[in-house]
Structures are given as C-alpha cells and as structure tokens.
Design a protein around this ligand. Sequence first.
Ligand SMILES: NC(=O)c1ccc[n+]([C@@H]2O[C@H](COP(=O)([O-])OP(=O)(O)OC[C@H]3O[C@@H](n4cnc5c(N)ncnc54)[C@H](O)[C@@H]3O)[C@@H](O)[C@H]2O)c1
Length: 265
Amino acid sequence: MALVTGAGRGIGQGLALGLAAEGAKLVLNDLDEGPVNDTVQQIKAAGGQAIGIAGSVTDPSLASQLVDAAKSEYGDLHIIGTCAGFIWDGMIHRMTDDQWQGIIDVHLTGTFRVVRESVSFMREKAKAEKEANGNAMARHIVTVSSLSGFGNLGQANYAAAKAGIVGLTRTVALEGAMFNIMANSVAFGLIDTRMTRSQETQNERVGEAVQGIPEQAREKLMATVPLNRPGSVEEAVGPMLFLASDHANYVSGVLLEVNGASHIT
Ligand SMILES: NC(=O)c1ccc[n+]([C@@H]2O[C@H](COP(=O)([O-])OP(=O)(O)OC[C@H]3O[C@@H](n4cnc5c(N)ncnc54)[C@H](O)[C@@H]3O)[C@@H](O)[C@H]2O)c1
C-alpha cells in the first residue's frame, strides 16, 4: 500500500507506475485532476489498483484525505513518495514574498504535512504489529530533494525548500526508527520532465510560474553533467523504488544523489 503525491506527471507518475508494477495498491494525488486520473487509468488498465485524489498539498486538509483513503481502501500504508512540486524561479533581489512562500508551501510544508499524517498512521500500525508479533514490518518514506538544495542560481526559494526537506527527512528517520520506519531523500539533478525541459518550446505554467529552463541556461547546465544528458523518469524512479523496497530495510536518513555525477563537477 503506497501513497504518491505529484503522481500526474514526471517523476511522481513514474514512481506510481513503478510501484504498481511491483504489486503496490496506490493512493495517488496531483494538483491536476486530468493527469492524476490518467495515471490511475494506466495502472488499472495494467491490472493494478489505484485511487486518485486531486488537490493541492498546500491544502491543510489534503494529507488527512490521502491517509484516510489508504486506511479505508487498503487498511495499511507501507510506502510514501512525496513528488508534488513546481518551480517559480527568480534572482533573490527580484523574488517576491509570494514567490518565496509559494515554493516553501508546496515543497516543504506540503511534504511535512503528508509525512506527518502518514507517520502518525504508520506508528499505529507498527505498534499493533509489535504487540502481536514482537516486531513491526519495515515501512518506507521517500522524499524528493534536489541538487539545487545545495544552492542554485535563481532558486533561493526552491533551494531553501529542498534543503529543508533533507533536515525534515533525517529527523523522521530518527523518530521513525523505533517503529521500523525508514525515511530517505533523493536529490535529483537534471531529470527530463516538464520542470526542466526547454521553457521556450514547452510553454507550460503552474499559475503564473513558468515551468522549464531557458534553452541557453539548459545547454550550459547540461555541459556540467558528466553523463552529458538529462536522466529519464525511469532512471530517476529506479533509486526511489530501491529506497521504497525491502532491499533498503537498513537504509535510513540517507540523501541519495541521482544526477549523472554532477555532484563531482
Ligand atoms: N526534474 C528534475 O530535474 C528535478 C530535479 C530535482 C528535483 N525534482 C523534484 O522532483 C519532483 C517531481 O518533479 P518533476 O520533475 O516530475 O516535475 P513535473 O512538473 O513533471 O511533475 C510535478 C507534478 O507535481 C504536481 N504538483 C505541483 N504542485 C502541486 C501541488 N500543490 N499539489 C499537488 N501536486 C502538485 C504537478 O501538477 C505535476 O504533475 C518535484 O518535487 C521536483 O522539485 C525534479
């Protein structure tokens, strides 16, 4: 039983499809109803089970809607992946309070709320399992950070949120340990999604925030990637599936960098 936010596109959609292929039953969320329903349909068409709940992770009631759905539909929650997000870039001297807060709200507070609600339910299940069998099964929280969390031009808001997610996740790793809850984060570099495709050709927005990277800046960025190409969604999802699996039952509090070796350059 797994919960994925931002599951209508890109990495979140890839994670949902990957988990479904491994037999997970899913609660999926996205801001946009059409895309999340599309992911649900793809999973159902392949014989899997998923329900979609459209809504923003900035809505304080969303996290409980998602976890309640996992409780009522499946009775348990083993995995969460927090992939909801967008960018709203600008140099700090021009960054508005709305721009700052909008990104902090979605990435950091949105992740916090979904993780808080999930941990609360996971602890209950773990306590019951410990009482019944002496130990609790491993449960896995996978949050999404970014190479930008170490600092990136034009992304003071996003960098702060993504760095915050690392501290949040490491704390959850400590607090969750006695309940056998693993919490890890993945810091992606350049992955080929709406967030990083050429701004000029895709013309995509979230509200007033333009998605993507200006073509020239994208080319410069690509030149710093030793593998010399963006990662695919599947290549981004593989390490998340590992962290969500029983292969990672002794891995917690880790920040896994998935960036084609960019962190070396
Ligand atoms: N693509 C990259 O290179 C890259 C690099 C580092 C980190 N990330 C992170 O990976 C995650 C997934 O991004 P992606 O690259 O797949 O982008 P994407 O735009 O393809 O997908 C993001 C999804 O999140 C949804 N979303 C946006 N705001 C939301 C909200 N308030 N509530 C619920 N859903 C919301 C969008 O509708 C979209 O479907 C994000 O957290 C992003 O910051 C991406």
